[in-house]
Write a protein that binds this ligand. Structure first.
Ligand SMILES: Nc1ncnc2c1ncn2[C@@H]1O[C@H](COP(=O)(O)OP(=O)(O)OP(=O)(O)O)[C@@H](O)[C@H]1O
Ligand SMILES: [Mg+2]
Length: 360
Protein backbone atom coordinates (compact mmCIF):
# COMPACT_ATOMS: atom_id res chain seq x y z
CA UNK A 1 0.00 0.00 0.00
CA UNK A 2 1.12 3.52 -0.59
CA UNK A 3 -0.23 6.95 0.02
CA UNK A 4 -1.38 8.31 -3.27
CA UNK A 5 0.25 11.38 -4.63
CA UNK A 6 -2.31 12.74 -7.04
CA UNK A 7 -1.03 12.91 -10.56
CA UNK A 8 2.08 10.82 -10.28
CA UNK A 9 1.35 7.63 -8.43
CA UNK A 10 2.48 5.06 -10.91
CA UNK A 11 3.79 1.62 -10.20
CA UNK A 12 5.21 -0.81 -12.63
CA UNK A 13 8.28 -2.64 -13.67
CA UNK A 14 10.37 0.46 -14.45
CA UNK A 15 13.51 0.78 -12.31
CA UNK A 16 12.65 2.12 -8.88
CA UNK A 17 15.03 3.12 -6.11
CA UNK A 18 14.00 2.25 -2.57
CA UNK A 19 15.11 5.27 -0.50
CA UNK A 20 14.95 4.80 3.27
CA UNK A 21 15.60 8.08 5.08
CA UNK A 22 16.39 7.36 8.72
CA UNK A 23 18.19 8.99 11.61
CA UNK A 24 21.65 7.61 10.82
CA UNK A 25 21.67 7.45 7.05
CA UNK A 26 20.02 7.35 3.66
CA UNK A 27 19.78 3.77 2.48
CA UNK A 28 19.27 3.08 -1.20
CA UNK A 29 18.33 -0.27 -2.76
CA UNK A 30 17.66 -1.14 -6.39
CA UNK A 31 16.27 -4.53 -7.39
CA UNK A 32 15.59 -6.01 -10.80
CA UNK A 33 13.93 -9.15 -12.06
CA UNK A 34 16.77 -11.68 -12.09
CA UNK A 35 17.44 -14.09 -14.93
CA UNK A 36 17.17 -17.37 -13.03
CA UNK A 37 15.71 -16.59 -9.63
CA UNK A 38 12.93 -14.16 -8.94
CA UNK A 39 14.86 -11.05 -8.00
CA UNK A 40 18.33 -9.58 -8.13
CA UNK A 41 19.90 -6.82 -6.07
CA UNK A 42 21.64 -4.52 -8.52
CA UNK A 43 23.08 -1.96 -6.12
CA UNK A 44 22.76 -0.39 -2.73
CA UNK A 45 24.33 2.39 -0.71
CA UNK A 46 24.30 3.53 2.90
CA UNK A 47 25.23 7.17 3.18
CA UNK A 48 25.57 8.70 6.66
CA UNK A 49 23.48 11.74 7.56
CA UNK A 50 24.79 14.19 10.09
CA UNK A 51 23.42 13.89 13.63
CA UNK A 52 20.26 15.91 14.11
CA UNK A 53 19.28 16.19 10.43
CA UNK A 54 16.57 13.54 10.91
CA UNK A 55 15.04 13.24 14.37
CA UNK A 56 12.21 10.82 15.21
CA UNK A 57 11.54 10.45 11.52
CA UNK A 58 11.17 14.20 11.02
CA UNK A 59 13.36 15.93 8.49
CA UNK A 60 14.94 18.79 10.43
CA UNK A 61 17.57 19.71 7.87
CA UNK A 62 16.38 19.18 4.27
CA UNK A 63 19.69 20.27 2.66
CA UNK A 64 21.75 17.74 4.58
CA UNK A 65 19.26 14.97 3.82
CA UNK A 66 19.10 15.76 0.12
CA UNK A 67 22.91 15.92 0.00
CA UNK A 68 23.04 12.43 1.51
CA UNK A 69 20.54 11.20 -1.10
CA UNK A 70 22.68 12.69 -3.87
CA UNK A 71 25.78 10.95 -2.48
CA UNK A 72 23.91 7.63 -2.14
CA UNK A 73 22.68 7.78 -5.74
CA UNK A 74 26.14 8.69 -6.98
CA UNK A 75 27.95 6.06 -4.95
CA UNK A 76 25.53 3.32 -5.96
CA UNK A 77 25.82 4.21 -9.63
CA UNK A 78 22.03 4.13 -10.02
CA UNK A 79 20.75 5.66 -13.24
CA UNK A 80 17.06 5.52 -12.41
CA UNK A 81 15.58 8.63 -10.82
CA UNK A 82 12.26 7.10 -9.78
CA UNK A 83 12.02 6.58 -6.05
CA UNK A 84 9.90 4.89 -3.43
CA UNK A 85 10.03 6.60 -0.02
CA UNK A 86 8.60 5.70 3.35
CA UNK A 87 7.03 7.67 6.15
CA UNK A 88 7.82 6.63 9.71
CA UNK A 89 4.89 5.08 11.56
CA UNK A 90 4.82 8.12 13.86
CA UNK A 91 3.72 10.25 10.88
CA UNK A 92 0.68 8.17 9.95
CA UNK A 93 -2.60 7.06 11.41
CA UNK A 94 -3.60 3.59 10.32
CA UNK A 95 -6.83 1.89 11.16
CA UNK A 96 -8.63 -1.30 10.19
CA UNK A 97 -12.23 -0.71 9.16
CA UNK A 98 -15.06 -2.89 7.79
CA UNK A 99 -17.05 -2.04 4.67
CA UNK A 100 -19.57 -4.04 2.66
CA UNK A 101 -18.01 -6.41 0.12
CA UNK A 102 -18.59 -6.03 -3.60
CA UNK A 103 -18.68 -2.25 -3.94
CA UNK A 104 -17.20 -0.53 -6.97
CA UNK A 105 -13.93 1.36 -6.54
CA UNK A 106 -15.52 4.82 -6.50
CA UNK A 107 -17.84 3.75 -3.69
CA UNK A 108 -14.94 2.44 -1.63
CA UNK A 109 -13.08 5.71 -2.20
CA UNK A 110 -16.06 7.66 -0.90
CA UNK A 111 -16.82 5.39 2.04
CA UNK A 112 -13.18 5.27 3.11
CA UNK A 113 -13.03 9.04 3.05
CA UNK A 114 -16.11 9.40 5.21
CA UNK A 115 -14.91 6.71 7.66
CA UNK A 116 -11.47 8.32 7.79
CA UNK A 117 -12.89 11.66 8.84
CA UNK A 118 -14.00 10.02 12.10
CA UNK A 119 -10.49 8.92 13.03
CA UNK A 120 -8.42 11.82 11.85
CA UNK A 121 -8.04 14.73 14.22
CA UNK A 122 -7.75 17.28 11.37
CA UNK A 123 -9.63 18.11 8.19
CA UNK A 124 -9.60 15.66 5.29
CA UNK A 125 -8.13 18.39 3.03
CA UNK A 126 -4.98 18.34 5.14
CA UNK A 127 -4.25 14.64 4.65
CA UNK A 128 -3.09 12.15 2.08
CA UNK A 129 -5.30 9.13 2.30
CA UNK A 130 -4.98 5.61 0.98
CA UNK A 131 -6.44 2.21 1.72
CA UNK A 132 -6.03 -1.41 0.86
CA UNK A 133 -8.65 -4.14 0.92
CA UNK A 134 -7.16 -6.83 3.16
CA UNK A 135 -9.76 -9.51 2.42
CA UNK A 136 -13.05 -10.79 3.76
CA UNK A 137 -13.69 -9.88 7.38
CA UNK A 138 -13.22 -12.75 9.80
CA UNK A 139 -16.58 -12.49 11.58
CA UNK A 140 -18.79 -11.66 8.62
CA UNK A 141 -19.59 -12.95 5.17
CA UNK A 142 -20.78 -9.57 3.91
CA UNK A 143 -17.94 -7.28 4.90
CA UNK A 144 -14.39 -6.77 3.79
CA UNK A 145 -11.63 -5.61 6.07
CA UNK A 146 -9.82 -2.49 4.91
CA UNK A 147 -6.59 -0.93 6.10
CA UNK A 148 -6.86 2.81 5.98
CA UNK A 149 -3.80 5.03 6.16
CA UNK A 150 -3.70 8.78 6.53
CA UNK A 151 -0.85 11.22 6.92
CA UNK A 152 -0.65 14.99 7.20
CA UNK A 153 0.16 16.36 3.76
CA UNK A 154 3.13 18.27 5.19
CA UNK A 155 4.77 14.99 6.32
CA UNK A 156 4.46 13.62 2.81
CA UNK A 157 5.57 16.90 1.27
CA UNK A 158 8.72 17.05 3.44
CA UNK A 159 9.89 13.75 2.04
CA UNK A 160 8.86 14.52 -1.52
CA UNK A 161 10.73 17.84 -1.27
CA UNK A 162 14.08 16.33 -0.21
CA UNK A 163 13.83 13.67 -2.89
CA UNK A 164 13.07 16.27 -5.56
CA UNK A 165 15.86 18.49 -4.28
CA UNK A 166 18.16 15.53 -4.89
CA UNK A 167 16.87 15.17 -8.44
CA UNK A 168 14.65 12.15 -7.79
CA UNK A 169 11.04 11.68 -8.77
CA UNK A 170 8.98 10.13 -5.95
CA UNK A 171 6.63 7.52 -7.40
CA UNK A 172 5.53 5.76 -4.23
CA UNK A 173 5.13 7.02 -0.68
CA UNK A 174 4.95 4.03 1.59
CA UNK A 175 4.90 3.62 5.36
CA UNK A 176 7.94 2.07 7.11
CA UNK A 177 6.19 -0.81 8.85
CA UNK A 178 4.42 -1.79 5.61
CA UNK A 179 7.65 -1.71 3.63
CA UNK A 180 9.28 -3.77 6.38
CA UNK A 181 6.43 -6.28 6.16
CA UNK A 182 7.08 -6.80 2.44
CA UNK A 183 10.67 -7.75 3.28
CA UNK A 184 9.55 -9.93 6.22
CA UNK A 185 6.98 -11.75 4.09
CA UNK A 186 9.61 -12.33 1.41
CA UNK A 187 11.92 -13.84 4.02
CA UNK A 188 9.25 -16.01 5.63
CA UNK A 189 8.35 -17.45 2.23
CA UNK A 190 11.64 -19.39 2.51
CA UNK A 191 10.71 -20.93 5.87
CA UNK A 192 9.27 -24.44 6.21
CA UNK A 193 5.65 -24.37 5.05
CA UNK A 194 6.18 -20.71 4.03
CA UNK A 195 6.30 -19.81 7.70
CA UNK A 196 2.66 -20.79 8.17
CA UNK A 197 1.70 -21.09 11.84
CA UNK A 198 5.01 -19.58 13.00
CA UNK A 199 5.00 -16.57 15.29
CA UNK A 200 7.88 -14.39 14.09
CA UNK A 201 9.25 -11.62 16.28
CA UNK A 202 11.21 -9.14 14.15
CA UNK A 203 13.37 -6.59 15.97
CA UNK A 204 14.57 -3.63 13.93
CA UNK A 205 17.38 -2.18 16.05
CA UNK A 206 18.52 1.08 14.53
CA UNK A 207 20.42 4.11 15.69
CA UNK A 208 17.91 5.67 18.07
CA UNK A 209 14.90 3.43 17.79
CA UNK A 210 14.05 -0.24 18.14
CA UNK A 211 10.80 -1.64 16.86
CA UNK A 212 9.30 -5.04 17.47
CA UNK A 213 6.90 -6.41 14.87
CA UNK A 214 5.25 -9.76 15.53
CA UNK A 215 3.81 -11.54 12.51
CA UNK A 216 1.65 -14.64 12.28
CA UNK A 217 0.23 -16.01 9.02
CA UNK A 218 0.66 -12.76 7.13
CA UNK A 219 -0.89 -10.60 9.86
CA UNK A 220 0.94 -8.13 12.08
CA UNK A 221 -0.31 -9.10 15.53
CA UNK A 222 1.82 -6.72 17.59
CA UNK A 223 3.94 -3.60 17.06
CA UNK A 224 5.94 -1.60 19.54
CA UNK A 225 8.62 1.10 19.38
CA UNK A 226 11.27 1.69 22.02
CA UNK A 227 13.76 4.52 22.32
CA UNK A 228 16.79 2.26 22.20
CA UNK A 229 19.51 1.98 19.57
CA UNK A 230 23.14 1.82 18.55
CA UNK A 231 23.86 5.46 19.33
CA UNK A 232 24.07 4.49 23.00
CA UNK A 233 27.16 2.43 22.18
CA UNK A 234 28.53 5.05 19.80
CA UNK A 235 28.33 7.69 22.55
CA UNK A 236 30.12 5.41 24.98
CA UNK A 237 32.90 4.96 22.42
CA UNK A 238 33.16 8.76 22.04
CA UNK A 239 33.42 9.18 25.78
CA UNK A 240 35.92 6.40 26.49
CA UNK A 241 38.28 7.07 23.59
CA UNK A 242 37.76 10.80 23.05
CA UNK A 243 36.61 10.39 19.47
CA UNK A 244 34.02 12.31 17.42
CA UNK A 245 30.65 10.75 16.68
CA UNK A 246 31.65 10.01 13.08
CA UNK A 247 34.97 8.44 14.10
CA UNK A 248 33.29 6.32 16.76
CA UNK A 249 30.65 5.16 14.32
CA UNK A 250 33.23 4.24 11.72
CA UNK A 251 35.49 2.36 14.15
CA UNK A 252 32.56 0.53 15.70
CA UNK A 253 31.41 -0.72 12.29
CA UNK A 254 34.92 -1.69 11.25
CA UNK A 255 35.62 -3.38 14.59
CA UNK A 256 38.77 -1.24 14.95
CA UNK A 257 38.79 -0.43 18.64
CA UNK A 258 41.31 -1.11 21.43
CA UNK A 259 41.37 -4.42 23.31
CA UNK A 260 39.41 -3.18 26.31
CA UNK A 261 36.44 -2.25 24.06
CA UNK A 262 34.79 -5.67 24.27
CA UNK A 263 34.74 -5.94 28.07
CA UNK A 264 34.19 -2.24 28.84
CA UNK A 265 31.56 -1.31 26.27
CA UNK A 266 30.45 -4.03 23.88
CA UNK A 267 29.42 -6.68 26.41
CA UNK A 268 27.39 -4.23 28.57
CA UNK A 269 25.66 -2.92 25.42
CA UNK A 270 24.77 -6.43 24.30
CA UNK A 271 23.40 -7.10 27.78
CA UNK A 272 21.32 -3.92 27.67
CA UNK A 273 19.96 -4.75 24.20
CA UNK A 274 19.07 -8.26 25.38
CA UNK A 275 17.13 -6.87 28.35
CA UNK A 276 15.31 -4.41 26.04
CA UNK A 277 14.34 -7.27 23.71
CA UNK A 278 13.11 -9.41 26.60
CA UNK A 279 11.05 -6.50 27.89
CA UNK A 280 9.45 -5.94 24.48
CA UNK A 281 8.54 -9.63 24.23
CA UNK A 282 7.07 -9.46 27.72
CA UNK A 283 4.83 -6.61 26.54
CA UNK A 284 3.73 -8.76 23.64
CA UNK A 285 2.83 -11.66 25.93
CA UNK A 286 0.96 -9.54 28.45
CA UNK A 287 -1.00 -7.49 25.93
CA UNK A 288 -2.07 -10.26 23.52
CA UNK A 289 -3.52 -13.76 23.94
CA UNK A 290 -0.23 -15.27 22.70
CA UNK A 291 2.30 -16.86 25.01
CA UNK A 292 5.12 -17.87 22.68
CA UNK A 293 7.22 -16.76 19.75
CA UNK A 294 8.78 -19.35 17.44
CA UNK A 295 11.58 -17.32 15.93
CA UNK A 296 13.34 -14.06 16.60
CA UNK A 297 14.73 -12.17 13.63
CA UNK A 298 17.14 -9.29 14.09
CA UNK A 299 17.15 -6.45 11.56
CA UNK A 300 18.55 -2.93 11.56
CA UNK A 301 22.18 -1.89 11.71
CA UNK A 302 22.68 -3.25 15.23
CA UNK A 303 21.57 -6.78 14.26
CA UNK A 304 25.19 -7.65 13.46
CA UNK A 305 26.56 -6.42 16.80
CA UNK A 306 28.97 -9.20 17.82
CA UNK A 307 27.37 -11.59 20.31
CA UNK A 308 23.90 -10.03 20.21
CA UNK A 309 21.99 -12.78 18.40
CA UNK A 310 23.57 -15.41 20.68
CA UNK A 311 22.75 -13.42 23.79
CA UNK A 312 19.09 -12.91 22.79
CA UNK A 313 18.77 -16.59 21.86
CA UNK A 314 20.22 -17.63 25.25
CA UNK A 315 17.96 -15.37 27.27
CA UNK A 316 14.73 -16.02 25.36
CA UNK A 317 15.38 -19.67 24.48
CA UNK A 318 14.00 -18.89 21.04
CA UNK A 319 15.97 -19.61 17.86
CA UNK A 320 17.36 -16.23 16.80
CA UNK A 321 18.73 -15.29 13.41
CA UNK A 322 20.02 -12.19 11.68
CA UNK A 323 17.72 -11.01 8.96
CA UNK A 324 18.72 -11.32 5.37
CA UNK A 325 16.14 -9.34 3.40
CA UNK A 326 17.69 -10.48 0.12
CA UNK A 327 17.36 -14.20 0.74
CA UNK A 328 16.98 -16.16 -2.46
CA UNK A 329 17.99 -13.19 -4.62
CA UNK A 330 20.87 -13.00 -7.05
CA UNK A 331 23.52 -10.48 -6.06
CA UNK A 332 25.15 -8.28 -8.71
CA UNK A 333 28.86 -9.02 -9.09
CA UNK A 334 29.72 -5.39 -8.33
CA UNK A 335 28.51 -5.79 -4.73
CA UNK A 336 31.25 -6.60 -2.20
CA UNK A 337 30.07 -9.71 -0.44
CA UNK A 338 31.57 -9.30 3.03
CA UNK A 339 30.38 -5.73 3.52
CA UNK A 340 27.00 -6.62 2.03
CA UNK A 341 26.48 -9.34 4.64
CA UNK A 342 27.06 -6.78 7.42
CA UNK A 343 24.87 -4.14 5.77
CA UNK A 344 21.95 -6.30 4.64
CA UNK A 345 19.94 -6.34 7.93
CA UNK A 346 19.85 -2.51 7.92
CA UNK A 347 18.39 -2.59 4.41
CA UNK A 348 15.10 -4.23 5.41
CA UNK A 349 12.95 -1.14 4.80
CA UNK A 350 14.93 -0.11 1.71
CA UNK A 351 14.49 -3.59 0.28
CA UNK A 352 10.74 -3.58 0.94
CA UNK A 353 10.51 -0.20 -0.80
CA UNK A 354 12.49 -1.42 -3.81
CA UNK A 355 10.16 -4.44 -4.04
CA UNK A 356 7.23 -2.05 -4.69
CA UNK A 357 8.48 -2.06 -8.25
CA UNK A 358 7.02 -5.52 -8.64
CA UNK A 359 3.63 -4.77 -7.08
CA UNK A 360 0.72 -5.81 -9.23
N1 LIG B 1 28.77 -3.51 11.47
C1 LIG B 1 28.15 -2.94 12.52
N2 LIG B 1 28.48 -3.28 13.78
C2 LIG B 1 27.86 -2.70 14.83
N3 LIG B 1 26.93 -1.76 14.72
C3 LIG B 1 26.57 -1.37 13.49
C4 LIG B 1 27.15 -1.94 12.32
N4 LIG B 1 26.61 -1.35 11.24
C5 LIG B 1 25.72 -0.46 11.72
N5 LIG B 1 25.68 -0.46 13.06
C6 LIG B 1 24.89 0.41 13.93
O1 LIG B 1 23.53 0.39 13.53
C7 LIG B 1 22.94 1.66 13.76
C8 LIG B 1 22.28 2.13 12.49
O2 LIG B 1 21.32 1.19 12.12
P1 LIG B 1 20.16 1.57 11.10
O3 LIG B 1 20.75 2.01 9.83
O4 LIG B 1 19.22 0.41 11.07
O5 LIG B 1 19.53 2.79 11.90
P2 LIG B 1 18.52 3.89 11.40
O6 LIG B 1 17.45 3.25 10.61
O7 LIG B 1 19.25 5.00 10.78
O8 LIG B 1 18.01 4.41 12.81
P3 LIG B 1 16.53 4.64 13.34
O9 LIG B 1 15.72 3.48 12.86
O10 LIG B 1 16.70 4.67 14.81
O11 LIG B 1 16.10 5.93 12.75
C9 LIG B 1 24.03 2.60 14.19
O12 LIG B 1 23.96 2.77 15.58
C10 LIG B 1 25.29 1.85 13.79
O13 LIG B 1 26.36 2.15 14.62
MG1 LIG C 1 15.56 2.37 10.94
Amino acid sequence: MALSLPGFLRRGPQPLLGIDISSSSVKLVELSAGAKTGLRIERYAIEPIEQGAVVDGNIENPEKVSDAIIRAVKRSGARSRSAALALPSSAVISKRIMLPAGLIEEDYDMQVESEASQYIPFSIEEVNLDYQILGMAAQSTEDVEIMLVASRKEKVEDRVAVAEMAGLQPMVIDVEPFAARIAIDHMSSFMPNHGEGLILAVFNIGQSNTSLTVVLDGQTIFERDQAFGGQILTREIMRLYGLTFEESEQKKRAGELPDNYAAELLVPFVEQATVEAARALQFFFTSTPYSRVDRIILAGGCAVTPGLAESIADRSRVPTEIMSPFQGMEVASTIRERQFRLDAPALMVGCGLAMRRFDK
